[in-house]
Ligand binder design. Structure first.
Ligand code: HXC
Length: 517
């Protein structure tokens, strides 16, 4: 006895209805605008044929405002699992063609159930957001749905990587789910993200503002710092999500995807010596240094357009996945300010969650002086760097390239803040302040009374630099593990990282530390 063909036909019809989403005409209209359907996006995210759908036959149960007559296939969100880079990942994708991708009770439950599955299986979650927000007809039930998703976002935080792609509107409180995940990627096309739109802003404050000014990918990437990566469109966004996951472990109990089969290159890189400018006053682009330190010059920068005086991102060194935190002398001399402290601290903590060793490249003149910085809370924000480094239990390797002054030196992870090894180039200047400032404080009278004060000051600066702020001063009291040439840096870091992979750092039990927020 074979199965009743009518049952097979019925299943096929139901599948076809779900796949047609809000209508083939709507899908075609979006396609004409270069936008992809929700299911299509998941099929592009996952390796071919690996997508397994959860909840295709879900339906809303709302009976208000004529909703009882409406069918919303899959309740406007496609959920499931698939493989990315050969590893399982859970993902959901909101379908704008179905009631604007709005979130009702069942839609929310599907997302929460998927997150619970990902938590139990220890796999990352990718969320593709494209939604008009809370489904108006479902009222408080949709608000409850958001609350349940936020709860799950927090429950999963620090357990499995959570990545959000904003590929459409993301308005009001809905923006808080992405904000609770580890990384937000935002498409330049068709997307915006805001709490209050232009009309509400106008009514509340009288200010006129366009979405482009405060809600676009460009605004979030460079001004608000709310997002981590900008994508050209949804397809590019999916590629970025996949690349991001290629540096992350499946969960907090596993190692990131190191490539330990790779041989460590034990040769020097003489070109590195050429990159360092002859004088301390000249800036240089730290990204050129990073490109030479990491395997295959493959550096995946995170938040490249925000707080550019610090550069953060993922790479591999000698096959070991690392998070790089580097001062950028080419932008505001690499100073630490409110935004760069927030950016650096958040990245350090992300790496620590996911067992990713930290490599800290130091060339920092200090914390940013200024009224706006003081009034804006540079004490609180700068303290985040100190807290994040001191609390991180992953291997921490610091390379002091040039300036390392004052509190900012400490904020870039010296031995006393928990660095496992600190290397310094002969050009390193480790001091309470720069030689110029120190000489002015210490030798004011001597300079003023000299026959040629300028020449005297210059002479004192040179001798101060030579005697007191060179790396051998710090090395003499074991604050520097070794002084190395720039050319030796790549192999030195690679060897140190390999041997630090077995690091154990057990802290006293507590709920959590109290990072200044
Ligand atoms: C129900 C919605 C909807 C919503 C859109 N639709 N948003 N249905 N609830 N929130 C429906 C529309 O009625 C329409 O249905 C279809 O989706 C497409 O919408 P359009 O308006 O035609 O599309 P477009 O012109 O592209 O405009 C998209 C939009 C607009 C900008 C998102 O729809 C909009 O402003 N929607 C309301 C957004 C909003 O205020 N949401 C609440 C945010 S507050 P038909 O049947 O005509 O195709 C929130 C609170 C969360 O979310 C709280 C968490 C704590």
């Amino acid at each position: 006895m074979a199965i009743d063909p009518a049952l097979l036909a019925d299943l096929e019809a139901r599948r076809a209805e779900a796949r047609a989403a809000g209508g083939l005409d709507k899908l075609a209209a979006r396609k004409a605008k270069g936008l992809h359907g929700a299911r299509e996006r998941l099929e592009m995210l996952f390796e071919p044929g690996t997508f397994q759908e959860f909840g295709m036959h879900a339906q809303h149960a709302c009976t208000r405002f004529g909703m009882e007559k409406k069918r919303l296939p899959s309740d406007g969100v496609v959920c499931g699992t698939g493989y990315i880079n050969g590893r399982p990942v859970a993902a959901y994708s909101q379908d704008f063609t179905i009631a604007g991708g709005s979130l009702g009770k069942v839609h929310a439950k599907k997302i929460c159930d998927l997150m619970e599955y990902a938590h139990n299986m220890g796999m990352p979650v990718v969320g593709i957001n494209d939604s008009g927000g809370a489904r108006i007809q479902e009222g408080v039930e949709s608000l409850a749905g958001y609350a349940a998703i936020f709860y799950k976002n927090v429950y999963l935080s620090g357990v499995v990587p959570q990545v959000t792609l904003i590929a459409g509107p993301c308005a009001g409180g809905a923006a808080y789910s992405p904000a609770l995940t580890d990384f937000i990627i935002m498409s330049k096309k068709n997307s915006n993200m805001f709490i209050c739109g232009p009309e509400v802003i106008k009514a509340a404050t009288g200010e006129s503002a366009s979405l482009e000014q405060f809600a676009s990918a460009a605004a979030h990437a460079s001004v608000s710092g709310n997002i981590h990566l900008v994508a050209e469109d949804d397809v590019h966004g999916l590629q970025l999500a996949s690349r991001l996951l290629s540096f992350l472990p499946q969960n907090n109990l596993s190692d990131p995807p190191h490539n330990l089969d790779r041989e460590i290159e034990l040769t020097d890189d003489p070109g590195m010596n050429e990159l360092v400018p002859a004088t301390q006053k000249e800036g240089f682009d730290v990204k050129t240094v990073i490109a030479r330190l990491v395997d295959d010059a493959d550096f995946f920068e995170i938040m490249p357009d925000f707080a550019k005086s610090i550069v953060v991102g993922f790479a591999r060194i000698g096959g070991v996945v690392v998070g790089i935190i580097a001062n950028q002398p080419a932008f505001k001399a690499g100073v630490l300010d409110i935004d760069s402290s927030d950016k650096g601290a958040r990245f350090i903590r992300t790496c620590n969650i996911y067992n990713i060793p930290l490599v800290n490249l130091v060339d920092v003149p200090g914390f940013m002086p200024g009224l706006a910085q003081e009034r804006g809370g540079i004490i609180r924000h700068g303290a985040k760097m100190l807290f994040a480094y001191a609390a991180a239990t992953v291997p921490k390797i610091t390379l002091i390239m040039r300036k390392a002054y004052g509190g900012a030196y400490i904020a870039m992870c010296p031995v006393e803040l928990g660095a496992d090894a600190v290397f310094a180039w002969p050009t390193a200047e480790i001091a309470v302040m720069g030689a110029e400032g120190a000489v002015k404080v210490l030798f004011k009278k001597e300079i003023d009374s000299a026959p040629d004060p300028k020449a005297k000051e210059k002479e004192l600066i040179e001798s101060y630099r030579k005697e007191f702020s060179n790396p051998y001063q710090a090395a003499s009291c074991n604050m520097v593990t070794d002084v190395i040439t720039p050319a030796e840096s790549r192999k030195t870091l690679a060897i140190a990282l390999r041997s630090a992979l077995s690091k154990r750092d057990v802290r006293p039990p507590k709920k959590h530390g109290n990072i200044p927020l």
